[in-house]
Write a protein that binds this ligand. Structure first.
Ligand code: ZN
Ligand code: ZN
Ligand code: ZN
Length: 154
């Protein structure tokens, strides 16, 4: 997204257009699923003078107005991406933390309806698919059976 689009997105969300906000949006757009630390690093590379806390505050503000989406992947830190309002979900590798987008199989949120909603008006189901990515599976296979050791161990 060019920065003019980011500026109008900020305005439409009712936020003042500032250099740190533009840099934060730009950093997340360039580096989807970055954690706050990585975004702060990228913003400081662009602007030099922004404190980490300022970037964290901007991430929160932009998430609140749904310009950014915060992705919780469990014990690892929160990741950020530009909010596309597409209800997509994520695949997470439990070995290396690799994170991939996957379209929602249903499309519309909430895509999962509990058997008992306890009277709630359900808005969204956070779905995270967890497993082991192909690279890590290959690594695990090699570690378990190093070449040439198969004969010795049997
Ligand atoms: Zn992996
Ligand atoms: Zn995503
Ligand atoms: Zn879904």
């Amino acid at each position: 997204m060019p920065s003019t689009d980011h500026a109008s997105a900020l305005r439409e969300a009712g936020l003042r257009v500032t250099a740190p906000r533009l840099a934060t949006l730009g950093a997340v757009a360039e580096q989807p699923h970055a954690d706050a630390e990585a975004v702060a690093h990228a913003v400081r590379e662009r602007l030099g003078t922004v404190s980490r806390q300022a970037v964290y505050d901007i991430l929160n503000a932009l998430t609140e107005v749904e310009l950014l989406r915060r992705v919780s992947v469990g014990s690892r830190s929160m990741r950020y991406e530009v909010h596309r309002h597409d209800n997509h979900h994520h695949l997470v590798c439990r070995e290396c933390g690799r994170l991939e987008d996957v379209p929602c199989a249903i499309g519309e949120a909430p895509c999962l309806i509990p058997h008992d909603d306890h009277g709630f008006d359900i808005e969204v189901a956070d779905v995270v698919y967890r497993g082991v990515c192909s690279d890590c599976r290959a690594g695990i296979a090699t570690a378990e059976a190093p070449p040439g050791s198969a004969a010795a161990s049997t």
